[in-house]
Design a protein around this ligand. Structure first.
Ligand code: NAP
Length: 231
């Protein structure tokens, strides 16, 4: 029977890229977005038996019920984000609570809800981001939650042993929907990147699969940025 992969935040961007690759390598894929019809449509587009789930990580009490269709899980990837711009001088409590709930409580509750269904050799990858290291005006909550992802995996790897838990921290991934139509920002980022190009969705997907598959990598925070953070 095919291994099951669950990708939370799999309807577009990096999560969708992974869903496509995991389905193509024969895994039984569940991918989620907030809306069931959209998730189903994306899953149908991928084919190969992929299925859609509706999960809203900002409503953590509802997450367990949303995951009811899922059986034993080999690979769990949580990539969901609802972006937030928030500064100390112009602070929205509601937006901060929403993002903190999504990335901290929501990510953890997905793992809690699936804990009894993780295969003994299961592995988990959580998505953080390099705003944890390189803040920008407005990134107060984003920087905070992505920094927290890098520490969450440490407790989770200890608590869930022998299940492995790692995090991936993308830099600016120029071919994601998030960055489409922002060529000037991308040019500035390329100029700072030692490999003279930005990391791509392909680069991030391959690195995520490495974290999922390698049997000894555990509790690792992996930056994928072409060396951008060095400059
Ligand atoms: N793109 C980059 O350059 C970059 C850089 C650094 C870090 N990252 C991190 O990488 C991950 C993926 O980023 P991305 O740019 O590929 O994301 P994206 O294209 O914005 O996609 C976000 C995904 O999250 C889902 N989502 C949105 N709100 C949600 C909610 N409340 N509950 C559950 N799911 C929700 C969306 O589904 P629906 O819209 O269908 O609901 C979608 O599948 C994120 O964690 C992000 O922080 C990305």
């Amino acid at each position: 029977m095919a291994d099951t992969a669950v990708i939370v935040g799999g309807t577009q961007g990096l999560g969708k890229e992974l869903a496509e690759r995991m389905a193509a390598r024969g895994q039984s894929v569940f991918l989620s977005g907030r809306d069931q019809a959209r998730a189903d449509a994306v899953a149908a587009g991928i084919g190969k038996g992929a299925r859609g789930l509706a999960i809203d990580l900002t409503k953590p009490h509802d997450i367990a019920a949303s995951l009811a269709p899922v059986g034993t899980v080999k690979h769990l990837v949580i990539a969901a984000i609802e972006r937030d711009s928030n500064t100390a001088r112009d602070y929205s409590i509601d937006r901060a609570i929403k993002l903190a709930t999504l990335k901290l409580v929501g990510y953890t509750e997905v793992i809690h809800a699936l804990a009894g269904r993780l295969a003994p050799d299961a592995s988990i990858v959580l998505f953080g981001g390099l705003a944890k290291e390189r803040p920008y005006p407005g990134s107060t909550t984003v920087t905070t939650v992505n920094g927290a992802v890098s520490t969450m995996i440490r407790t989770l790897a200890v608590e869930l042993a022998p299940v492995r838990v790692n995090a991936i921290h993308p830099g600016i991934i120029g071919d994601t929907p998030e960055w489409s139509g922002k060529p000037e920002a991308l040019e500035r980022a390329i100029a700072r990147t030692p490999i003279r190009r930005l990391a791509t969705m392909k680069d991030v997907a391959e690195a995520t699969l490495f974290l999922l598959d390698n049997q000894a990598v555990n509790g690792v925070n992996l930056n994928i940025d072409g060396g951008w953070l060095l400059t």
